[in-house]
Unconditional design. Structure first.
Length: 180
């Protein structure tokens, strides 16, 4: 008797599973709206990432810093002045950034303010998070400054590291925008 009851229960469960599998999923209006919102959001994110990729590949963008820090462990400083930026267009680089000079204390802050008509070794490399853009320039001095941008395509954020053989590297965090 127990065997028969167990077999009947098993058959009922299997029959129920077949009808559930064969049925189309019915969503409530709230669930449908949620799925539509998620799909639209995913499309907007994909479009933003394509736009960022296009901006970087066009070599026509601007880096807007928000913080700076002397490496390896200097103080993190906020940059509130909207005139500080690095603009890249048609092989020309326009630089206006605060910069920390000095290899040992006392360090002092100066402003890199120049337009460089051409740079050496401009490379663009795609990474799993976005792009790595690197170039070097002398900034009209005897030493070479290397600019390395780590750009995140999904967020529009970027890190810029400026290295020089005479000073500690300085790292900036900010955003990338299209240069008009």
């Amino acid at each position: 008797m127990k065997k028969t009851a167990i077999i009947l229960l098993g058959l009922l469960l299997c029959a129920g599973a077949v009808t559930v599998i064969g049925q189309k999923k019915v969503l409530s209006p709230k669930q449908e709206q949620r799925e539509v919102r998620e799909q639209r959001r995913a499309e907007r994110l994909a479009n933003y990432q394509k736009t960022m990729d296009s901006i970087i590949l066009s070599r026509n963008f601007q880096f807007n810093p928000q913080t700076m820090q002397r490496q390896p462990a200097g103080p993190l400083r906020q940059i509130m002045n909207p005139t500080f930026n690095v603009g890249i267009w048609d092989g020309t680089v326009d630089i206006c950034l605060p910069y920390v000079k000095g290899y040992v204390p006392p360090y002092y802050t100066t402003v890199l303010n120049c337009t460089v008509p051409s740079v050496q070794g401009y490379t663009t490399e795609q990474t799993h998070e976005g792009w790595m853009v690197t170039f070097s320039t002398s900034l009209f001095t005897a030493s070479t400054y290397t600019f390395t941008f780590e750009i995140f395509s999904q967020t529009g954020g970027a890190n810029l590291t400026i290295t020089n053989p005479w000073y500690n590297p300085v790292q900036y965090s900010g955003t990338i925008s299209q240069l008009y």
